[in-house]
Design a protein around this ligand. Structure first.
Ligand code: ADP
Ligand code: MG
Length: 721
């Protein structure tokens, strides 16, 4: 090395992110105690926090226009000097605060109006230079902008000015933050930033170095430069998450002893042969994939995604039967008692006539598969009998709710577990169930009818393998969805519903969702019931179903509906999942705009389950853009995966990530939506590294960095690698 670099640079190794995280912000010039407190409010305590406190926006001064050249109705950026600020209350009800600011850029004058932003009067003072982004209007013959985006850029030079998220409470300005970031970057140049991501990854995706990326995101030469920088940092974030997940997945596979199930036994074949229909290609593929896992000596940990009505139950039963045919037991866990009961009934029907060949216990005699239902509603004596049967290994399949993982429930040799509707079960409960086995860990299949976009699944369920059933069984009748928005529309909707009933079909009416109050929801269902019974649906046999009814009442009503002794069910969202009555062909959802896309889709899935054409009516007078987007999407398509993408688009990933992502909140730049392809690339790279020569441990710096961003619980998994 030449002597050009300073003496400290020659032998010191490049700086790691961990080292940056150990440097408090107070080491930076100009960060005293008060500023440090302000930074702490926005979550910045050390230099790493600061470098990953990314600009919220950039003012691109190459796009700057002169006031003289502005065109009415077009958005533009102008850089101006504030001349005068005044404020007053407008007349009218309610009164508004109007702040008026006169500005100039030498080429012309502009008046800027802010409505209900009284604080602008304090923010903007004569003599300040500000960037305004907005649309030119002409008002009373004068050039004007209303509520433009304002950035105080002070005397910043450079063509692209980063704008940092500011908070008044923290008392920090964007240029202060910019100065500290610049200082941090300058000082880290002495030793340089360590880049732990292997070169082949950077080459393959044409990524810049980490040092260039940090410089480019904070002080880009152009927006294209910023994009290149962002790409690199996005990969870093996603790669850390995926490395943690993949490492954990491999760790579980390596360290837990599973059961190598016998997949060529006669039971599954007998079951499939007796089905009154042929399996769909996707069902067959799912079963194959699962059997492959079951046969392997490590425990399966798989997510089965399939839209409502895609036929997941058959796949679940076949999974459990693989265990049974090898002499193990299977457990099926449902989110509610009603669903557990329904599944028990359905599974018993599916298994009618399927026999377990002589297994030694029954001297040359085949016996039926023994299926038991275990919920909290089972009486004490019955419960004892079932528990004894389970402990002795005589019960082949148990179907139940959380009750299955209670104290005192034991299996003799639990081999496979299916968990339906994962979103209602915690990760913890899943772990408990796995612990129910005394010896090897049972295989676990988690089923969900909530389609999750692939990239989100990769991140949220990154330690699970994913199987998707996309196609529907043949012969399904289409569901026509209509958005009913007028009185006349409602009238003809009720006519249509009555005529469905007249031709022997059944229907549901779902009541408006009332967040957080089962009681209010129940009352509203009662009111709807009374209104319809006396009005639009007079003379029809109506049933009422809501969460406040006793379980026996609920079951009676469901049975009457299933048996065709009720024409219609007026219900709350209790019918959202699992209810399966093929003769029901019409679904009316009142105040549909109150529901989310996923929920509407689930509700709609209650019809279209038989051989008749079905209808779904979304009743809503709302004309808000959100209602337009959501209800419009439902009318447009019945493909749950397409709807899930729309949902992700509308709501962002926050809701999907939820709890599960808490300890891994490293995603500051990356968006599961915008950066879809990078999620896949990061996952691919993570597998290559973890499964590569020496594993993640061979990349010590990378391993350290992954650990840096994880909370302690997750680290444990990681470091055990
Ligand atoms: P989900 O995926 O919503 O749990 P189910 O397993 O309840 O779907 O299946 C929905 C309906 O489709 C059931 O009545 C089931 O018997 C039927 N079904 C499942 N697979 C097929 C198939 N391959 N062909 C025809 N009908 C099927
Ligand atoms: Mg189901």
């Amino acid at each position: 090395m030449s002597g050009e670099t300073g003496p400290t640079a020659t032998d010191a190794a490049p700086i790691t992110l961990g080292e940056l995280a150990a440097v408090p912000v107070t080491r930076l010039k100009g960060v005293g105690e008060r500023k440090a407190e302000g930074l702490a409010i926005v979550g910045v305590e050390n230099v790493l926090d600061l470098l990953t406190y990314y600009p919220r926006r950039y003012v691109d001064r190459t796009k700057e226009a002169r006031i003289r050249d502005l065109v009415v109705g077009e958005e533009a950026l102008v850089l101006v000097t504030v001349q005068r600020v005044s404020s007053r209350r407008t007349r009218g009800r309610p009164p508004k605060v109007l702040v008026t600011v006169e500005v100039t850029d030498g080429s012309g004058q502009l008046r800027v109006s802010f409505f209900n932003q009284a604080w602008r009067e304090r923010q903007l003072r004569a003599g300040m230079t500000v960037a305004l982004f907005g649309k030119l209007e002409i008002y009373a013959g004068r050039k004007q902008m209303t509520n433009p985006v304002v950035d105080l850029i002070g005397d910043r030079t450079g063509r692209i000015v980063p704008i940092y998220p500011q908070s008044e409470k923290a008392g920090l300005s964007t240029w202060e933050i910019g100065d500290w970031v610049a200082e941090a970057l300058r000082r880290s140049q002495v030793r340089g930033l360590l880049d732990p991501v292997p070169d082949w990854v950077l080459d393959r995706f044409d990524l810049v170095t980490r040092a260039e990326a940090f410089a480019g995101i904070h002080a880009p030469d152009s927006m294209a430069h910023r994009d290149v920088a962002r790409r690199r940092l996005v990969l870093d974030e996603l790669l850390r998450v995926q490395l943690a997940l993949v490492q954990r997945k491999r760790h579980i596979e390596r360290t837990t002893l599973g059961i190598a199930h016998r997949v060529d036994g006669p039971l599954v074949d007998a079951f499939v042969a007796r089905l009154p229909f042929d399996l769909t290609d996707d069902q067959r593929a799912a079963i194959d994939e699962i059997e492959h896992d079951l046969a392997a000596p490590h425990p399966m940990h798989r997510l089965l995604q399939g839209d409502v009505g895609s036929g997941k139950t058959v796949v679940a039963v076949s999974t459990l039967l693989v265990a049974v045919q090898g002499g193990y037991q299977g457990a099926f866990m449902a989110p509610t008692e009603v669903l557990a009961e329904q599944h028990a009934q359905g599974i018993r029907e599916l298994l009618d006539g399927v026999e377990v060949p002589d297994d030694g216990a029954t001297l040359f005699e085949a016996r039926p598969v023994r299926v038991e239902l275990l919920t909290n509603r089972v009486g004490a004596a019955e419960r004892r009998r079932i528990l004894a049967g389970m402990a002795a290994g005589q019960v082949d399949l148990v179907i139940g709710t959380h009750a299955l993982i209670q104290e005192g429930v034991e299996f003799r040799n639990l081999g496979a577990v299916v968990i339906d509707e994962q979103h209602r079960f915690g990760v913890e409960q899943r772990a408990t169930l796995r612990d129910k086995s005394t010896g090897a860990v049972p295989d676990v299949l988690v089923m969900t009818a909530t389609p999750i976009p692939r990239t989100a699944a990769m991140t949220v369920y990154g330690d699970l393998d994913v199987t998707v059933i996309r196609s529907m069984p043949a012969g399904r009748q289409p569901i026509t969805t209509r958005w009913v928005r007028t009185d006349a529309g409602e009238e003809s909707m009720w006519d249509a519903v009555r005529s469905e009933v007249a031709s022997g079909r059944q229907a549901y009416v779902v009541n408006p969702l009332i967040e957080e109050s089962e009681k209010l929801e129940a009352r509203s269902a009662q009111e709807t019931y009374a209104r319809l019974e006396a009005g639009e649906l007079a003379g029809l046999r109506l049933g009422l179903l809501h969460g406040r009814l006793g379980t026996a009442d609920k079951e009676t009503t469901m049975q009457q509906f299933r048996g065709g002794r009720l024409d219609m069910l007026v219900a709350t969202t209790v019918i959202e999942v699992g209810v399966d009555v093929p003769n029901a062909t019409a679904m009316v959802i009142l105040d549909a705009d109150r529901f989310g896309i996923a929920q509407l889709h689930q509700l709609r899935g209650r019809v279209g389950r038989g051989s008749e054409r079905s209808w779904c009516y979304l009743v809503s007078r709302s004309d808000s853009p959100e209602a337009e987007a959501r209800l419009g999407a439902l009318v447009e398509t019945t493909d749950g995966f397409a709807l899930a993408e729309v949902d992700l688009e509308l709501r962002g990933e926050g809701t999907i990530m939820g709890e599960r992502q808490k300890g891994r909140s490293d995603l500051k730049l990356a968006s599961l939506r915008r950066d879809r392809e990078w999620v896949e690339r990061a996952r691919e790279v993570a597998f290559a590294i973890v499964d590569g020569e020496g594993g993640l441990e061979a990349h010590a710096d990378l391993l350290d960095e992954v650990a840096l961003f994880l909370d302690e619980d997750d680290q444990e998994f990681l470091l055990k690698g």
